[in-house]
Design a protein around this ligand. Structure first.
Ligand SMILES: [Zn+2]
Length: 289
């Protein structure tokens, strides 16, 4: 099971979120038949969503939408505060390699476009904020935290994808300065930045708490450990409600033309079939309302 650790560190003046999302990302690879570049981009956004979900309280939820000028099209990810995430991309079959042999996120996502972050804090209105993206996902989220949440952050995302399209490493780390952070803490944090160049290697060989010990020695306190997983709450009942909104005329047309309808959940690829009898039942319900 994947995990996410929330901690305080450096004299409780920084907040730390570190997550291992390997199984979560590989579930997405299988559900959506992702090719390596799509695994890299969706994997990083799923990882960030799990972390940003964990920043929320109670039953709040978050949706992150990236829409760049790259080949992958839209990248849409939902997460809850309880560690469940789900997501999809418009075009899962993309594979671009950069001149160093690594996966090219910028080519995949595009170097120009927007990211919308929508928070459902279970209040009357949703909170939405948008920033421009560059195709460097970690940098774009760092900018998002600074611009939209006035928080200075370090964001590290690491994913390694094998030739069978499955990830062998996937994880993320976000370190955020709390408003009370002293100059000393800021300079200690700056000295940590070079250590994060090895984040991928650390994710390969160390546990999350070992990485925290490596970065902060004894100066950290774990607040919470949350299980992370790919989970979609879609159901046939939800699609039934959606079909009812089509109205009797459209439903009668479906019966005449195809005798059935198959609905597909974008987020998880799950298919729900409604046969003629079930569609007739929907029409009856609409007429009885
Ligand atoms: Zn679903």
């Amino acid at each position: 099971m994947d995990q996410l650790i929330k901690a305080l560190a450096l004299n409780k003046q920084v907040r730390v979120y570190i997550a291992n999302t390997l199984n979560t990302v590989n579930t997405a690879v299988v559900k959506h038949d992702l090719w390596p570049s799509a695994t890299s981009v969706l994997g990083k956004v799923l990882t960030m969503a799990s972390i940003m979900g964990a920043m929320l309280k109670n039953d709040a939820a978050i949706t992150i939408k990236l829409n760049g000028n790259g080949y992958i099209g839209n990248v849409v990810v939902d997460a809850t505060s309880r560690g469940t995430v789900r997501g999809y991309v418009d075009h899962p079959h993309v594979h671009f390699v950069n001149n160093r042999g690594g996966l090219n996120d910028e080519m995949t996502l595009g170097n120009h476009g927007m990211m919308d972050v929508i928070k459902d804090l279970k209040l009357k209105d949703l909170f939405t904020s948008s920033i421009e993206i560059t195709g460097d996902i970690a940098k774009d989220f760092t900018y998002y935290f600074y611009e939209s949440e006035q928080t200075k952050s370090i964001v590290c995302l690491s994913i390694e994808v094998e030739t069978n399209n499955l990830a062998s490493i996937s994880g993320g780390l976000v370190i955020q300065l709390l408003p009370n952070a002293s100059e000393d803490t800021i300079s200690t944090l700056e000295k940590l930045v070079p250590l994060l160049n090895d984040f991928r290697e650390q994710m390969r060989s160390s546990s999350l708490s070992d990485i925290l010990s490596f970065l902060f020695h004894e100066d950290y306190e774990i607040l919470e450990t949350i299980p992370v997983s790919f989970s979609c709450p879609c159901s046939k009942e939800n699609f039934r409600k959606a079909l009812i909104t089509l109205g009797t005329h459209n439903l009668e047309e479906i019966i005449q033309e195809d005798h059935q309808i198959e609905t597909v959940c974008h987020y998880c690829g799950e298919k729900y079939l409604f046969n003629e009898l079930e569609i007739k039942q929907l029409i009856k319900e609409i007429k009885n309302e």
